[in-house]
Design a protein around this ligand. Structure first.
Ligand code: GRG
Length: 289
């Protein structure tokens, strides 16, 4: 896992050299190079490897998915969204570069990511490339991340079109699970996996994404700034719809454990030390809570 993170860091830096106008590239690289967990690119690379593909062929897509993730973090922190002053342990992008440049840095990452896939991918067929780009645009847009964020914002004002349970599920699937889905789907496509295996990994990522968001919600309640690198207790204070606020801490933990167990059941038949390490780390962190 550590070696994969190091490799991802190296390639993120290599794929995005600072160019003119420097301010925008520096803003893009700032949040991107802060120490994130790199779960999404690692899952993309590991899925490709685990399914018999060449891991390095997946590097451009893996880095592109991290760029998209970082774009969503930069925009999520803006005063017009979650208004958070800290991210990954450091001042948020707009606190360092100003709001206009933070909006533009997010926009630039959103478009730089598919550009990276097109420019840097080697050894993929035209069909694989088009499919990856299609999945990227679909999951980043109004059928994915944006949909999740819109419903999340609406839910803060108690505006539910659907029931709270359905609304929360929609938010988690679209705001969080969607990027894990994109990661494993791209890895599987690059490994030339069958449609059946792509769907199986997709199912894994949906469950993992839901578990991960429950984990994130619990950590917001019980963790510290030092551990999370961002303001804690915000969800509770803003009356946000979360798994913990809707079902309570105990039920949230139970749901998390049962989702992680489902993930283990799916992944067990593959040989993945890395994915098991991710699952165990999350489970261990919550076991004593
Ligand atoms: C795609 C145009 C476009 C807009 C994005 C702002 C937005 C719309 C969506 C917000 C999505 C968001 C911030 C979801 C939160 C998901 C989540 C749990 C993030 C934390 O992930 P970690 O813990 O973070 O993996 P690190 O920093 O470790 O990478």
């Amino acid at each position: 896992m550590k070696e994969l993170i190091k490799l991802v860091d190296e390639y993120l830096d290599k794929y995005l050299p600072v160019s003119y106008p420097e301010d925008i590239f520096k803003a893009m690289k700032y949040t991107l190079s802060l120490p994130g967990k790199r779960l999404r690119p690692v899952m993309c690379l590991e899925t490709a490897r685990m399914l018999g593909g060449d891991m390095m062929k997946a590097m451009p897509a893996a880095c592109a998915i991290e760029m998209l993730h970082v774009q969503s973090l930069i925009h999520d922190d803006l005063p017009c969204m979650d208004n958070d002053d800290f991210r990954r342990g450091k001042p948020s992008n707009h606190k360092v570069f100003g709001e206009a440049n933070a909006v533009l840095a997010g926009d630039a990452l959103l478009t730089f990511a598919p550009q990276t896939i097109i420019e840097k991918s080697e050894g993929l067929s035209p069909e694989q490339l088009v499919r990856i780009l299609y999945e990227y645009t679909k999951f980043a847009g109004a059928y994915g991340l944006i949909a999740g964020q819109v419903v999340d914002i609406e839910s803060e004002d108690g505006k539910y079109v659907k029931s709270p349970e359905e609304t929360l599920n929609f938010i988690h699937l679209n705001k969080t699970a969607v990027l894990f889905r994109l990661a494993v789907r791209c890895g599987a496509i690059i490994a030339n996996a069958s449609e059946e295996v792509i769907e199986e990994m997709d199912n894994f990522a949906k469950k993992f994404g839901l578990a991960f968001q429950i984990y994130d919600d619990i950590m917001d309640e019980i963790s510290t700034f030092e551990e999370l690198g961002k303001t804690v207790g915000k969800d509770k204070n803003s009356g946000k719809l979360t798994y913990v606020s809707l079902y309570g801490l105990e039920n949230a933990k139970q749901k998390f454990n049962s989702m992680i167990k489902d993930c283990c059941d799916i992944i067990d038949k593959y040989d993945s030390k890395v994915i098991n390490e991710i699952l165990n780390k999350l489970r261990d962190r919550l076991s004593g809570v």
